[in-house]
Write a protein that binds this ligand. Structure first.
Ligand code: 5GP
Ligand code: MG
Ligand code: MG
Length: 194
């Protein structure tokens, strides 16, 4: 285990087994349909790579990069598109692939925006969903795991852009971000200790 990790929430094996189950379910639900997996950069990259290979259907993959405005610890719900999809989606069944839902504001904004592009259908698949009260809720159609309201890293999820390559999901030691407060979620500069 990495020395900066206090606790492993989901092992590589647990993640991979859950993804196989999600893949089977998605394969059943979308049979006969062409689906576009829409991954959100960068956090959802390992998830979409493994999930896509667990889905036995013809499918396309594209990515969007979105960044949220506002202060760093709280999602503002105002989102800027950094990289958009390559083409229109009005003839596609779109399945959004998200790494984690925290406040849900980023996802709510993304869903609103994509609906205006009239996809044949629009659903959400998220690897992690935090158990916390939310101002705005978006229904998740496929969920990997529910997690406590803690800051997690690994399997695509970063702290200051690091730890994305860990094959498991874990909770960082507070000493890494220098205190007892939750670390900043976005725009944070690399921690000094590395
Ligand atoms: P939301 O708009 O749902 O609050 O923000 C979701 C985004 O915040 C995620 O896509 C992710 O980039 C970041 N985020 C939220 N919670 C965590 C967490 O526990 N760990 C990491 N690494 N990023 C998180
Ligand atoms: Mg995300
Ligand atoms: Mg991040």
């Amino acid at each position: 285990m990495h020395e900066d990790i206090a606790e492993v929430l989901f092992t590589e094996k647990q993640i991979q087994e859950r993804i196989q189950e999600l893949g089977r379910q998605i394969t059943e639900d979308y049979r006969g349909k062409n689906v576009l997996l829409l991954g959100t950069l960068k956090g959802a990259v390992p998830f979409i790579a493994d999930l896509a290979r667990a889905i036995e259907l013809p499918l396309e993959i594209d990515y969007m990069a979105i960044s949220s405005y506002g202060n760093s610890t709280q999602s503002s719900g105002i989102v800027r598109i950094v990289k958009d999809l390559e083409g229109p989606i009005d003839n596609k069944h779109v399945l959004i692939i998200e790494d984690i839902i925290d406040s849900g504001l980023t996802l709510a904004y993304l869903v609103d925006m994509l609906k205006r592009r009239n996809p044949l259908s629009l659903r959400i698949c998220a690897l992690l969903d935090k158990e916390r009260p939310r101002a705005k809720t978006v229904p998740v159609d496929y969920l990997g795991f529910s997690i406590p309201d803690k800051f997690v890293v690994g399997y695509g999820l970063d702290y200051a852009q690091y730890y994305r390559n860990l094959p498991y999901i874990g909770i960082l030691k507070p000493s890494v971000y220098g205190g007892t407060e939750e670390p900043e979620k976005e725009h944070s500069s690399p921690a000094e200790k590395r």
